[in-house]
Design a protein around this ligand. Sequence first.
Ligand SMILES: O=C(O)CCc1cccc(O)c1
Length: 578
Amino acid sequence: MNTTEDCDVVIVGAGPVGLMLANLLGMYGHSVTVLEALDDLIDYPRGVGLDDESFRTIQTVGLVDAVLPHTSPQHIMRLVNGAGKVILVNNPQTDEFGWERKHSFIQPEVDRTLYEGLSRHHNVQVLFGHRVEDVEEDAESVTAIAESVDADGQVALRRIRARYLVGCEGGKSPTRKRLGVTFEGESPSTRWLVVDVNNDPLGTPNVFLGADPKRPYVSIGLPHAVRRWEFMLHDDETEEQVTAPEFVDNLLADHVPDPSSLDFIRRRVFTHHGRVASNFRRGRQIVAGDAAHLMPVWMGQGWNSGVRDATNLGWKLATVLSGQADDALLDTYTSERKEHAEAMVELSMTFGRFIKITNPVAAMTRDVTARALNIFPQVKNYFADMRFKPMPRYHSGVLADPTTKASGRASSRITSRLIPVRTANTTVSPVGVQFPQPRVNTRDARNVLLDDAIGNWWSVLVWGNDPTDLLPQSSLDKLAALGARLVAVVPETQREWLEHSADPRIQVVGDHTGRLKKWFDDRPTPLVFVRPDRFVAGACLAQDAPATLDAILEAMHFTRRTDASDEAPERVREAVAL
Ligand SMILES: O=C(O)CCc1cccc(O)c1
């Protein structure tokens, strides 16, 4: 081991989070080495739910067409009691972020698509069969020392030096242990047996959560004729017992006429955990996905929470690596993601307690209460629409919100001059939440989802106006240095007219569905700064835009280094050339 290979980021673990992060960084032009201890990707299903936010990131990395065939939209979840009667339904109908809120999916196929997507990026490599044995960190770099064993049993060590290392190697994450942070929460002792089969003998779609006090169970129809069952285990049942074919056939006898004809993918025992790391970063090492937080399966949020981490971290790493911001920007990864991960863990743990009830009297009380609550449409819709799912809303980080005290560190400098209530439908600030994604028409009359029109980096969206008419040259220069795309959003009726009269550098989008008009009508902020991860960093009146922009740049520790020169990242040059 004499040589050291260099790259921008070492990712440890070729699971979905590592692969998604590698896709994002590769797309932004950075070099990545992914080190995976296993010889290949894991080939059996684990996560089964893919949500709209993850789909949006899959869209960002350009892999939607390859992922869609491994998904089913309108993924409904029903809670049934011991007699098989439905007591709660969860069937959200919204597509506000451009995609159905819930899909089922085949994780090994989607993970493989993410892996194959990396071949588009010459600067990204995945090394299977490479176990990280040691990590050295100094002021300038972090070096992973990885061991591999060839077919003849020869052991080789490889040194990969990078600016940052991201541990995406699951709940037992050695990276998290090296950070020395705590992994707070609970690991209830309840065990579950998971049984996946290939030739689904039922054929019914969707998820059934069987709140049967005798033995709670789960039955899920997945794409490609895969069926998943999960059975809660009693304390006296050993792993050896419950994975034996006769035991499994016995459990399945209540669900399928002939269990003996099933083509089993896997039978495995697992326990749920509800834990969150106290910090997701220390120095040059960062954790993401299960390495940073573990949650029970009930909300289908394990895979999605990891993808949210990658989405949050990807653009921040890209910004720091290209010199646009100081590395303090990376601290906002913990402050933004940890709170939401905690909320998701808490919700998933609560749901688990609700399903796992084995005391018959307590179970009956639960069922009667749930059915009684269903009589009230508001309660019924609350569950059906999944309004109990905490949507990410950042309160501190790369934000500038004059309406809250706790936003980005520079927010207090913004003059708080929101439109008087009489000229807006509400006074709710959109700062810290995701911007919606309806379909729009573009300059060349293509009908696309909004993100495909505004690109994969920063954008400034203005309702009904040409941003170059509203913003002073000093702000336009800063936005050019940031690489932000300027977007005028107009009713479709005005699109062609504006295209002819507006500054040629701006993108004009026609709101033919009226959804964006409604969004801007509902908020007192006709100018919004949208981050690369689609969250609103700032929103204001046009006249407040210069101060809001300055506050955002300060909150992201912007260095103002970049311009449209040859050294500028490609995305900046593209935006400036618009
Ligand atoms: O809603 C979903 O995406 C399914 C969540 C779920 C529920 C129960 C077990 C399991 O493995 C996933």
